[in-house]
Ligand binder design. Structure first.
Ligand code: COA
Length: 133
């Protein structure tokens, strides 16, 4: 909760305590934590019929630890976890004005597939991303 609060505001899709608790107990979900919560990533296995894919559900690095490669390491480790779960595609969403995250995802081979109007609330579009594993 503390890391989320330091990294996201209301229109960024901030998790509530209840959502975090549900995600922590879900068998389809894993959390990667860097150091002593300098950063964290929430990973989900999503499914629709027989299709399965990985979903990066949250990625946050404490402002005091940014620009040191923490997010890059968390995402690289997430790819290994997803592969071990047998998924061949990872998806994510990012706020269109989040240029740091868009650059990070692009540098790790994600493509921007489409714009999601009002995804983060009225006037706050998102972008849907994907990357084969
Ligand atoms: C986006 C975020 C996760 C990046 O974390 P980080 O640990 O500082 O990122 P890294 O040091 O691993 O940077 C990796 C790459 O991301 C990009 N990047 C990171 N911060 C950036 C910035 N402020 N501006 C532009 N590009 C940036 C760069 O491509 C960088 O590679 P480079 O250093 O070789 O140029 C972090 O800023 C954060 O937690 N932001 C708030 C929450 C958020 O937006 N999460 C993502 C939601 S989808």
């Amino acid at each position: 909760m503390a890391l989320e609060g330091r990294c996201f505001s209301g229109t960024d899709g901030l998790f509530s305590r209840r959502q975090l608790r549900t995600l922590l107990s879900s068998p389809r979900c894993a959390w990667l934590v860097a150091g002593h919560f300098e950063g964290a990533a929430c990973l989900l296995i999503a499914a629709n019929g027989r299709a399965r894919w990985g979903r990066l559900y949250s990625l946050a690095v404490d402002p005091a630890y940014r620009n040191r490669g923490v997010a890059r390491k968390l995402l690289t480790a997430s790819f290994a976890w997803f592969r071990a779960q047998g998924v061949a595609l990872v998806r994510a969403e990012v706020k269109s004005d989040n240029h740091a995250a868009r650059r990070l995802y692009a540098s790790l081979g994600f493509t921007e597939d489409r714009v999601l109007a009002d995804y983060y609330g009225p006037g706050h579009p998102g972008i849907k991303l994907s990357r084969p594993l």
